[in-house]
Each structure stands twice: as C-alpha cells, then as structure tokens.
Design a protein around this ligand. Sequence first.
Ligand code: HEM
Length: 496
Amino acid sequence: MAKNVLTTSAGAPVADDNNSISVGARGPLTYDNHYLFEKLAHFNRERIPERVVHARGTAAHGTFTVTKSLKDVTIANFLQEAGQQTDVFLRFSTVGGGQDSSDYARDPRGFSVKFYTKEGNWDMVGNNTPVFFLNDPIKFPDFIHSQKKDARTNLPNPANAFEFWANHPQSLHQMTILMSDRGIPASYRHVHGFSSHTLSFYNAKGERFWCKWHFKTNQGIKNLTNEEAVKMPANGAQKDLVEAIDRGDFPSWRVEVQIMTEEEAKNYHINPFDLTKVWPYADFPVIEIGKLELNKNVNNYFAETEQAAFAPSNFVPGINASPDKMLQARLLAYQDAHRYRVGANVNQIPINAPKCIVNHYQRDGAFAGMGCPVGHGSGNASYGSQAATVNASNFFPNDRASEGAPVPAPHVAVPPMPILEDAWIKPYSQDDEDYASQAGNLFRIMNDSQKAQLFGNIAGGLSTTNPSIQARMLAQFAKADPAYAQGVKNAIAAMK
Ligand code: HEM
C-alpha cells in the first residue's frame, strides 16, 4: 500500500515534522515556521469546555429493538412494530466530578440515549435513579455547587452537601438512594437507566398518555462499597465498557414503560409530575417494550463522546414533555449549554446529526456545513445522513414548496393541553409535599446489611457537620422511619 503523505490541515505535503526552522543549528527560530505555528495554535484549541455537570463520561453505539408495538399510545415512528430497529448512542457519566475524576464516585450515573429515528433524534437524558434531589429547577445551580468541590479549598466537602440537604427535605428520597448500597455502581454495564421524569406519548387520535421510561440492566445490578471503590483505578468503568464491547460481550437493557392516562393523573394521590417521587409499580405496572444493546465502541472519543450533545428538548413526533417543572427548565438548559460548549451548529456534527433529512430555514453560524454532505451554507439548510438537494428559499412562508422548500407537518402537532382551572401565575411553594413516605418505603425494603451501609455512608459525611445540620437531617430521617434516624444516630455516635 502506498504510504500516506503527511499534510498541513490545508492539505499541503509537509517536508519535515521533526525539526523547526532555525537560524543555524544553535540559533533562534524564524517567522516562516508557519507549520509549527499551525500545530501549536491548533493544540491550544484542542479542548472545549467540559460539561458543567456530568463532565466525566463514556459512550458507545448500539441498537434499540422494539419487542412490543406502542402504536396504540404513540405515533412515534420507531415504536410502531415489534422487530423495528433504531441506532442509538448511549453516554454514561458521573455527575459532580471533572473530566479527570474517578469513575467510582458515590454519585448518580447519567444515562443518556440518543435514538436516531427516521423522524429526528429523540434524546432520553436520564440517570440510574428513578427520582431526583429536586422538584424545582431554580434550586439546581445551588444544589450542584453544594456537591462539587468547595469553592475556597477546591477539595470535596461532604458538609456542604449535607448543609444543602438539611435545608431541602425534597432531596431525602434521592439522597437515601445515593447513600445506599447502590450509590457506587461497579460498572456502567451494571446500572439501570430511568427517564426519571414523566414524559408523554400521543397517538393519532390526539390522546395523550403520561409515561416513564425504564432501562433494566441484563447484566444485573452490581455495586461497590466505599472500601472497594477506593481501591479501583480511576478509569475502571471506562475500561470495563470498552473491553466488554471489544470482546463481543455486548451489554443490554430491557426497555420498559409505565403509562398513566390523563384521567388517572387527575385523581392520583401522588403528583405524577413531581420528580422526587416514583409511580409505584403496583399502581402502574411496567410494560416491557424493547431491548437496547451496545455493540460498537467509538472510534474517536473526542469527536463522538465529548462532542455528543443530548438535549431533553430533542423530541420526535409522538413523544413530548409533561408539566414536570424540572423537565421544563431542562428543555432550555441543555440547548443553551450546547451552544456554549460546542457551538451554534452542534447538530451538524456527525455524532449529533440526525440520520434523516433535516430541512429548516436557520442559516450559517460558525462552522456551518460541518459534517454536512450537501450544499449547506449556499442557501440550503439540508443536512443529516440523507440530505436532500434543495436550494429553494431561505425564508418561510414562500411560494416554492414545489421546488423543495420545506413546509410544516401539522399532522405531528402535540395535542393541546388544558391548564388547571383558575390557575394563577406565581411561584408555588412545594414545601407541603410528602417527601418522607417514599424514602421510608425504600428504607423498609432494605435488608440489615443494606441498612447498615446506608447508616455508615450517611454518618461519614453527616458527622463532619454542625449540630444544627445533624438535627435537621435526623428529623427528616425520623419522618421517613424512626429506625432510619436511630440507625444514623448510632452510626455517628460510633464514629466518635
Ligand atoms: C433543572 C434541572 C437540571 C439542569 C438545569 C441540568 C443541566 C445540565 C447541563 C447544563 C448539562 C450539561 C449539558 C452539556 O453540556 O451537554 C447536564 C448534563 C446532564 N444532565 Fe442535567 N440538569 C438538570 C437535571 C437533570 C436531571 C433531573 C437528570 C436526570 C434525570 C439529568 C441528567 C443529565 C445527564 C445524564 C447529563 C449528561 C448528558 C451527556 O451525557 O452529555 N439532569 N445537565
């Protein structure tokens, strides 16, 4: 095979890649070192901002296969028939640490799936937990500040986390999960995934259904204790996933949904849009609808995993949002983060580009035309893996539909949603919600060993806080179950 010639980024052959041009063997460099300057300048720009949360991650490509049609409840094109397959890209992550932190933090695991459907990309941006710490997005930056490194010392500070939780009883359920034996997954292959939020389906009759998505690991749940976790290499979970896929041991997940009608939601005793709560399976059983398998590693970590941009607002016809306040804020936050972190044309990068035709009237911007096989930037916005060659118009409405100018598709419209009668616009406190019952239910199904781990894990951090924080946390635990509070109290006492 003929050798490939090394070139500049503009394609010109490079004569020497080992020696800069200098004035004599021992002299300074000259100004005509443009190839050196190109290398250094590009190197200076190799990094993009890391994600403000979920910075550390690992991803792989795979396939989603439908095993049960959902056509009764959704027009989603990729969910119509058993056997239908859709390409996916799944990124796992930890939440609080930077890119070079450990894979084995006591932290939720992100579980983001991009479904490349024929009607656009659906991004399911979830976690390995069915609930979250908050139910009002206005608290998200405060919460994350309390979990990340201390602003002064740049060191982890569990007392900050407990100070936040002492002031926010809505975190109790998720905090109980985090401090339980499930708080440090042994690998990414051994976690479940959840939409956590309530999303919606709508069908051809215009009926809406509320739904939650669950991805149950076929590898089984496997966790580490604190003692086991500190002995693990920082990159262990990344290595585990890459090596499993390389040897053909493809990890997979059972895909399930819970479905609630609009009528059921009105009368249900739990607010179905409160992200701090689950829908008990006894009330809303899970329905298995598919299988997700990861079967191909990335070729280029930066181009694929790092530049991947998952947005909860990336819906497809038949799948949409719900009134969950947290979800509503996420519909804005992620697209905004992507414009900052990757750029205005983030969706043209191959890993994010849909595998269907994209036609719109948005134009230009930095790097317009990236990964775009046809005509973008010349008055044509089509891209995606099957981009059409249209060069019709850059404004809408126009008179050029017959020449290929795109037109809206009213048949995919989301059914209108009534607002609550007499709804008033104002900030609503959710302080009166019941944040203790589900945390207590979770505590009561733990066996003795799991309870002991929960007590010890909480005591480790809580013992570093002041008496006021401890008292407020113990009061929260007591509300969930008196034995929960007593166990933590004993564990703190045992540490003294
Ligand atoms: C108001 C609440 C929230 C806000 C404002 C928020 C904001 C963000 C932001 C800005 C990013 C970085 C995005 C990027 O740079 O690509 C991110 C990443 C992420 N968030 Fe959230 N988040 C919120 C709640 C949640 C919840 C409830 C979940 C899970 C149910 C979640 C799961 C994730 C995951 C998995 C990622 C990583 C995505 C990836 O793999 O690239 N977030 N979040």
